[in-house]
Design a protein around this ligand. Structure first.
Ligand SMILES: *Cc1c(COP(=O)(O)O)cnc(C)c1O
Length: 382
């Protein structure tokens, strides 16, 4: 099997699993308890918090563990909406955000908030000038993702952070795809809140975090015990958090090497597809792009058919975002970058890892070429 769906989720690294195991089997005490099996968990959580904070240059006490990226996105938006009501009810985001952001914005609209959804260009880039124009006296939050999960485009978050700082507006970024894959420093980039998820960087599923800059006023997400400095009650997911910490440490140490390797494979695969398959279009920005993202449209074809036929050849790929697959609707991201319905439906996402090989890329290019040729023959006849 050739796994090319790392934007949907990644393999939990064996080092990470190794680090987690003792917190199931021997050090399983409740971290809030005083005996040593519990305090071992508490210490491990603190260490994981330091490791996760280090990835983005934050302080450990600014990291709040959650059940994943979706929860962190929901929390960020709802917490700022609630905490800054006195200042206004206007939020700015983009048309290409993950559904965890878009659906939360829709929910907030039903609660009396107003949301501006910024356009993006053909490459999927947000225009900072448009952001400036959209800002109002009552704007309380700007939420722009660090990198898009479908087309891989990396947004100009440094510029956005400068603008929000100047205007005294909070800035949240969904960095689920970028965290641990490309360098991010919250201080340099002017980020006030940031979401991340462990399973996108070879950590376990069901654990993530929200970075909340010290001084940002936010209430509790879950009321109850005193966990996560009284902002998110409930006995901690100790093994998950430990796994997140281990994945974060590994990602930092390995970032440059992994990204370099992925870029090489990515560019090789893109070159082969563009050279050998006629009438295809690379989606997303050519340079400002996640190191592991390949996304193409093959007009007239159905992305779903491509994915099914690739699966029969042992290749795991995606026709859009994982959450959207199975659904009939073409991706909102591809429509936002100006693709027509048919083009958006005929798109394929291949997201690599450093573990892939050049031989695999050759097999994928050869197989894809055969499949596209075959499907196009059928669709032209019918
Ligand atoms: C995967 C993903 C999420 C959701 O994260 P979960 O941990 O699966 O809830 C949010 N935003 C982006 C950009 C993602 O890629």
């Amino acid at each position: 099997m050739i796994y090319l769906d790392n934007a949907a989720t990644t393999r939990t690294h064996s080092e990470v699993v190794e680090a987690m195991l003792p917190y199931f089997t021997s050090k399983y005490g409740n971290p809030s308890s005083v005996y040593s099996s519990g305090s071992a968990g508490r210490k491990a959580i603190n260490e994981a918090r330091r490791s996760v904070a280090e990835v983005i240059g934050a302080k450990p006490e600014e990291i709040y563990f959650t059940s994943g990226g979706s929860e962190a996105d929901n929390w960020a938006l709802k917490a700022v909406a609630e905490g800054y009501l006195h200042k206004g009810r206007h939020i700015i985001t983009t048309k290409i955000e993950h559904h965890a952001i878009l659906r939360t914005c829709q929910y907030l609209e039903t609660q009396g908030f107003e949301v501006t959804y910024l356009d993006v260009d053909r490459e999927g880039m947000v225009d900072p000038k448009q952001l400036k124009e959209a800002m109002r006296q009552d704007t309380i939050l700007v939420s722009v993702m660090a990198a898009n999960n479908e087309i891989g485009t990396m947004e100009p978050i440094g510029e956005i952070g400068r603008i929000t700082r100047e205007r005294g507006v909070l800035f949240h970024t969904d960095a689920v795809q970028a965290f641990g894959h490309v360098p991010i420093c919250v201080e340099e980039l002017g980020i006030d809140l940031l979401s991340a998820s462990a399973h996108k960087l070879n950590g376990p599923k069901g654990v993530g975090m929200l970075y909340i800059r010290a001084g940002v006023k936010t209430g509790a997400l879950i009321h109850g015990g005193g966990q996560e400095r009284e902002k998110r009650a409930g006995t901690e997911n100790v093994p998950g958090i430990v796994g997140f910490g281990a994945a974060a440490r590994r990602a930092v140490e390995n970032m440059e090497r992994a990204a370099g390797r992925e870029r090489e494979l990515r560019d090789y695969l893109i070159r082969r597809i563009e050279k050998e398959i006629p009438d295809c279009r690379l989606n997303g920005h050519r340079e400002k792009r996640l190191p592991n993202n390949v996304n193409f449209s093959f007009p007239v074809l159905e992305g779903e058919s491509l994915v099914i036929m690739l699966d029969m050849k042992g290749i795991c790929a995606s026709s859009g975002s994982a959450c959207a697959s199975g659904a009939e609707d073409p991706s909102h991201v591809l429509l936002a970058i100006g693709l027509k319905q048919e083009e958006a439906k005929g798109s394929l996402r291949l997201t690599l890892s450093e573990e892939n090989t050049k031989e695999e890329m050759d097999y994928v290019a050869d197989t894809l070429k055969q499949i596209v040729t075959k499907l196009r023959k059928i669709s032209y006849i019918s």
